[in-house]
Design a protein around this ligand. Structure first.
Ligand code: B12
Ligand code: SF4
Length: 502
């Protein structure tokens, strides 16, 4: 149910931007937004020359299969998006072009060359994030196509900035400079939107919304009457002072998603400085409760299994947070190294701690691909199950319901508790833990004693890909989890002229 209602609202901005740029170059463009329910073979147009695919890593195997099918019809294929940024070497085996940072000129180069590159595709990237990304007015034709699939809530994706001034070592944006986008375009877009929907909802896709807080709020205040558009944004807690949150409320902000990540690390981001453990729980809980006095829906994001965590305490502290902050929805992610996404992944790879789970499971919950530093696997999953049960217990769900105001936040939290995120995950993690205890082959893979993938994983990919499974190219289920480290070593030895043996 959650997927049906929400997935069309998670459509990315860049495929729409690429469509705008291709059209501006004089091409005929068809845009397809895949939400997991469509039959892709039927949705794709027959007579195409080139297809751009935007994919997260969780969709990589599907993207590889699709590219293979399109190649069989003589179509040139291009991959862009998070998977292409994190695993370019792997993707090059299955696509003619793999794009990193993408701007109009990179797209123009691809369109002009439009050539088959086999057996290895070419990797192209701009030097930096684009200076301009087409706004809502320009993307409207494609936004509408995606949102036609959204039955209840329709969220329009917008972007006010790229990169981030913070340097959280696990994050893909820790090395990408902060860069605001053109405020006049944003102003025009907000006004335009009010001519399309009676009460529009905008989801900001900025990695960290509101870094230049006064500029962006000033823009909203000038563009539209106070509170006439509902906004949703991901911001770090350090930006969400009471004064800022009050102004956000006035300007129609209805949902915020700050990251807490851990009770022991990353104090800068949550403005808790050196405070750790229970002291940090109190501070963050007070802060989030303050935010909830102004903003009806708050999701606090946590990463489970970070190296600074040890024993049951981090999980117990999160339970205390759930008790002390009943209205907030806790979003849990398991520590995941997405290939080349952050410099920290080099350390995990150097320590040989990254497991080669098929990409299909790398969605922050399907599989944790880093061996925990301070937990045995079954012990870790025991804690995760316990915390998830606690968070989605009848008591916690009822307390959340009571603490939330408004129909939409209440409804969203109940659906999330009953869907994959709550009940679904408890069942899934319990299965994983059971296999770890009972199944020697399964445990041996997790312990890196064998590289043979437990059959349950390949079966799941097969089931999920359905009719596309037969198009998954040979080898497409597997990847080298240390390719980022190897490529960095190769680059360095090229620079220094020294040969290194890995
Ligand atoms: C906004 C955001 C979301 C939003 C919007 C998602 C969406 N569909 O776009 C929401 C909240 C819905 C979301 C959900 C999820 N997210 Co998210 N999200 C982000 C965030 C914060 C910003 C991404 C963004 O839009 N940036 C702005 C764009 C313009 O820049 P960019 O992404 O760098 O893209 C550049 C290039 O990659 C390229 N490009 C991008 N797309 C395309 C497409 C084509 C066709 C081409 C040619 C080029 C191209 O051009 C851009 C300009 O240079 C990033 C973290 C970050 N700091 O980047 C995580 C991030 C992308 N998310 C991530 C994850 C894991 C998820 C979830 C799986 C989490 C979960 N468990 O639910 C879901 C999956 C949702 C889905 N399948 O759609 C990971 C992805 C890692 C990976 N390799 O897959 C990231 C990197 C965070 C992380 N953990 O490191 N997310
Ligand atoms: S504040 Fe958020 S976007 Fe910025 S580096 Fe840290 S995790 Fe990444």
């Amino acid at each position: 149910m959650w997927a049906r209602v929400m997935y069309p609202n998670f459509a990315s901005i860049m495929p729409q931007a690429v469509a705008v740029w291709c059209k501006a170059e004089g091409h005929h463009v068809t845009y397809v937004c895949y939400t997991g329910f469509e039959n892709l073979t039927e949705e794709l147009p027959r007579d195409v020359d080139l297809v751009f695919i935007g994919a997260f890593t969780e969709a990589a195997q599907l993207a590889y299969a699709l590219s293979n099918q399109l190649h069989s019809l003589g179509v040139i294929t291009v991959l862009g998006g998070p998977h292409a940024r994190c695993y370019p070497q792997d993707a090059q085996k299955y696509f003619d072009y793999v794009l990193g940072f993408t701007n109009k000129s990179v797209i123009r180069d691809v369109l002009q060359e439009c050539t088959r590159h086999r057996p290895v595709g070419i990797h192209m990237t701009a030097n930096q994030q684009p200076v301009n990304v087409p706004g809502v007015r320009e993307r409207w034709e494609y936004i509408q196509l995606a949102l036609r699939k959204a039955p209840l809530i329709k969220m329009v994706p917008m972007l006010a900035s790229l990169g981030c001034p913070y340097t959280c070592s696990f994050c893909i944006d820790s090395t990408v400079p902060y860069q605001p986008l053109n405020l006049d375009v944003l102003k025009d877009d907000l006004r335009f939107l009010r001519t399309k929907y009676r009460r529009p909802i905008v989801g900001w896709h900025d990695p960290n919304f509101g870094v230049r807080f006064d500029d962006i709020m000033g823009m909203i205040e000038e563009a539209v009457p106070s509170g006439s558009i509902d906004f949703i944004a991901e911001s770090s807690l350090s930006l969400l002072s009471e004064q800022h949150v009050k102004r956000m409320k006035q300007n129609g902000f209805k949902a915020l998603l700050p990251g807490v990540e851990s009770w022991y690390d990353l104090g800068n981001k949550s403005k808790t400085g050196q405070s750790q453990g229970m002291e940090k729980v109190r501070r963050v809980s007070d802060h989030v409760n303050m935010i909830m006095r102004y903003i009806p829906y708050v999701q606090t994001n946590f990463v489970l299994g970070l190296d600074g965590d040890e024993g049951p305490e981090p999980f117990e502290l999160t339970k205390r947070f759930v008790d002390m902050t009943p209205g907030a929805f806790p979003g849990y992610s398991q520590l995941t190294a997405f290939g080349a996404s952050s410099p920290l992944n080099l350390e995990y790879q150097r320590d040989n701690r990254v497991l080669a789970f098929p990409f299909h499971f790398l969605d922050n919950n399907g599989a944790m691909n880093i061996k925990p530093r301070n937990y045995e696997w079954h012990e870790f999953y025991g804690h995760v199950i316990d915390l998830t049960r606690y968070t989605f217990s009848k008591r916690a769900v009822l307390r959340r319901l009571r603490a939330n105001g408004g129909i939409v936040p209440r409804w969203m939290n109940v659906i999330r508790a009953l869907s994959t995120e709550g009940r679904g995950r408890i069942e899934y993690f319990t299965g994983v833990r059971q296999h770890l205890v009972d199944n020697h082959q399964f445990r041996a893979f997790f312990e890196q004693e064998t590289s043979q993938l437990p059959s349950v994983y390949s079966k799941t990919v097969q089931e999920d890909l359905g009719s596309m499974w037969r198009w998954l190219p040979p080898g497409g289920l597997y990847h080298d989890p240390n390719v980022y480290l190897k490529s960095e070593i190769a680059k360095n030895s090229e620079k220094t002229g020294r040969r290194l043996v890995v």
